[in-house]
Design a protein around this ligand. Structure first.
Ligand SMILES: C[S@@+](CC[C@H](N)C(=O)[O-])C[C@H]1O[C@@H](n2cnc3c(N)ncnc32)[C@H](O)[C@@H]1O
Length: 245
């Protein structure tokens, strides 16, 4: 492993705002802070907002600066990316954002029923071949339903036409409550405050001329979710860029 990565991993262990549960603490288990993040970690009763696949944590950090009265958790599995957000947050002295290194698949092991107010999914891999791994697929929606408050919001920000269309179709098929929907965020008048934060991946897609889509919805009143029964065209540019790597 590269020296720089090893150094970051070592540092992650000592950062007070980083939580790295061991496999046995989340696999068929309840993590020690499940249901206790606000009281025991943030030491308040404020709402908790989770960013899944936070990468370097731009959204978790940006939102934490804007909303000191809310708590933010950046979740990702890649420690070296998360290191950037965690060290920046430490340097800025932000006490309302922490980073949790685990798989989204363990969300119900780390959060209790109704513990989250909002979930952000920012520039996730669209997983065009694997519906089960798609962060807005039914498998994850079922889990989100269990950890979100009844009126909790899910925010999807993506460059991927496939993931955006799939999620819109998911909302249609399940009659989900749509709060905001745009397939071209920066040509709309919506790109103010929370939507103006740009992540590392977002900037790369913008530099390549891709339109950014934003879809905000809620699972209110729903308990059963079905996959949408539609063919969705795959993103050509994504398979092209993958095969070139
Ligand atoms: C394309 S990157 C986007 C990172 C960041 N949100 C951004 O916009 O720059 C997707 C991130 O999701 C993370 N990820 C993918 N699947 C995940 C999962 N099941 N659980 C946790 N993180 C995941 C990856 O490690 C990666 O950092």
């Amino acid at each position: 492993m590269a020296k720089n990565k090893l150094k970051k991993f070592a540092e992650m262990d000592s950062l007070p705002n980083v939580f790295q549960p061991r496999h046995e603490e989340v696999f068929n288990a309840e993590y020690k802070y499940k249901g206790k993040w606000a009281k025991e970690v943030f030491k308040n009763d404020n709402p908790i907002v989770l960013e899944i696949g936070c990468g370097k944590g731009e959204y978790a950090l940006g939102l934490a600066k804007m909303f000191p009265e809310k708590n933010f958790i950046g979740m990702d599995i890649k420690g070296s990316r998360m290191w950037t957000g965690a060290t920046t947050s430490n340097q800025l002295g932000l006490d309302n954002v922490i980073f949790l290194r685990t798989y989204a698949e363990f969300i119900e092991s780390v959060f209790a029923e109704g513990e989250l107010s909002e979930i952000w999914v920012t520039f996730a891999d669209p997983q065009m071949k694997k519906a089960r791994k798609r962060l807005t697929g039914t498998r994850f929606l079922k889990s989100y339903k269990n950890v979100l408050k009844e009126d909790g919001k899910i925010h999807l920000k993506t460059d991927s036409n496939f993931l955006y269309t799939y999620t819109v179709e998911m909302a249609k098929a399940n009659d989900l409550k749509v709060l905001i929907n745009t397939d071209d965020l920066y040509s709309s008048n919506l790109a103010t405050d929370i939507l103006s934060i740009r992540t590392f991946y977002e900037q790369q897609w913008l530099d390549r001329g891709k339109k950014i889509k934003y879809f905000c919805f809620s699972l209110e009143g729903k308990t059963i979710f079905e996959e949408p029964d539609v063919e969705i065209p795959e993103d050509d540019y994504r398979s092209y860029s993958r095969s070139k790597k």
